[in-house]
Design a protein around this ligand. Sequence first.
Ligand SMILES: [Zn+2]
Ligand SMILES: [Zn+2]
Length: 711
Amino acid sequence: MTCWPSVIVATPAHSGVSASLSYRSELLLAPGTLVRVPLGKREVLGVVWDCPTEPPEGLTDSQTREVTGTLDGLPPLNARWRQLVKFAGQYYQRSLGEVALAALPPQLRELDNTQLARRLKRRTQAAAQPAESKLDQQTQPALSAEQAEALSVLDTASVPVLLFGATGSGKTEVYLRATQRVLDAQGTGGTPTQVLVMVPEINLTPQLEARFRERFEPLYGAGAVVCLHSGMTPAQRLASWLSAHTGVARIVLGTRMAIFASLPGLRLIVVDEEHDPSYKSQEGARYSARDLAVYRAKIESEALSTAGGVAGTRCQVILGSATPSLESWHAADQGRYLRLAMPARIGGGSLPRLRLVDMNHQPKGAVIAPPLLAAMGERIARGEQCLVLLNRRGYAPVLACHDCGWKSGCPHCSAYRVFHKLDRTLRCHHCGFTERVPRACPDCGNLDIAPVGRGTEQVEEQLAALLADARRPDGQPPRVARMDADSTRLKGSLETQLAALHSGEVDVLVGTQMIAKGHDFRRITLVAGINVDAALFASDHRAPERLFALLMQAGGRAGRDAAHSAASEMWVQTWTPEHPLFAALKTHDFPAFAAEQLAEREIAGMPPFGAQALLRADARTQAAAQAFLNLAAAQAVGLPHRDAITLYPAVPLTIQRVANVERAQLLVESASRGALQRFLSAWGPVLHDCRSAPEARGLVRWAVDVDPQVI
Ligand SMILES: [Zn+2]
Ligand SMILES: [Zn+2]
């Protein structure tokens, strides 16, 4: 029997190739079947989306080409997976083929059926490894009352659970127990149950991976826990993917890309550190893995309930964080998520005491205030460790006057205008209002106006000199080490540096936000944030939220030993100690901070109270990039929901030129997420047409970023 499968292949978002292509096959192919098909002169990997037995209208036998072959031995990708991919494509304004094929391991394209069969066999053999008897389960730690309560609520929750647990409160044990329950449960239709655990950056959380392996490999075999992240080789990625797809792997531990893993028995998704910006992809389909996790759990649950399984069986999602994203916090406020609080630290250690240093009262030019230096000296003398946090996330520079406190605010918005060095302008990234940088402070006439946070770049170099008089217990000067993305790029160097730290070879660790994540530094009793003001006065409305999360997380590193925790301190240097963020930080009161931030966002109509998207353009000249954006805005007249949408003027990006490409963006806002979605879908073809307009000559590429993290 001849049929005409429609097949999804990898096509760029705006290539003009329609969503699926029609082929011919003598075999009836189930939707989700992986196939090889001819495309032009090449043969490419594709996914069967549908397989009608009637030829598509207007197409004859001779016009369609034959499917080359199927990938034997692989079960089709199931309907829920296809629905997830379809949703992601629609929501993030990318083609179905681009999202679907990017979600599959690249090596799948290169293997013939013999090679594939060999790899599949290897996977099932890994599963066949005898698991030790389930009777000698290792002794699990006793649950705290809070953990037990959280687990019992998890059992009955019918909405996503926001696990709001302080650093050190034992969230991981909750994840492990919830995983255990899912794995113990019976799967439907012979498919073993599976769990997806997502982490922001896998190399920074080796302890989490170790704990999952330690707990579950003795019970389910060495192949039961697999990883999925971009640091793996193509062969490793394929092996993990095959294990997950065939149900051999029971637990997939991965970064944001793991959200698209094929998991036929999925019953639980854990998103650890759910607030972390790295869950949002910054290239290709700019998806949020956290938001897709919530959607995926919903469609899995719907399928389970219609499949008529055990009553109440669903796919649960746990979003865990000590400082949840304001989106998730707001969803819990509204009852769309269930908030579970675990405020107590296991072992009873308390969070460090906050010491604010008012930089207005410190010697002029001091990078590190004398009282902080003295406190560090005392710790070093006692053989304890200090952690100095550099907040160097790429904040757009905002200008300030240190004499009177003037900041380069926008007269039309609640945003700060950004200092653009190239043409010495101040630009509002919200409304586009632009002026030349003033020669002097507009309020007091001071000539010395400069970006907030200036002068802290050399801290690392200066720190050793500043601490020259300090002495360790053995009479030696302290050893200062640096740890950030640059210093740990070499494979294994992160481990080496961590080992040095744990063994006490390092007295002072200086680093960026990465040092705040995941690790246990038992002997650290002082954490210092020395340049936090840039985040308080940023054009990006999410900057304070990120700063609060960073400081809470870093503070959580200190004094994890109950013996040290009473004396542990967090020092923060600031020019604006009266900022409400510090009051909340002092009492470790995230709910108060969240309430204050949400109230501000509601007034400004910012997410989660309004929806945003960015249209970005790269071009050979800034004029071409902006012309494309402004033309796209002009051509949007008459599109559906246009009246519910605000299109702002095009502005250059803060870092305007990269590798000789000029970058610009245009902000799209709406009070209604639905209206924004429908508008963007209708705008897509218009954008495609604008590309070939004479004004846009020199345009290199453009992309839509839905729910952008940075504006
Ligand atoms: Zn001034
Ligand atoms: Zn403005």
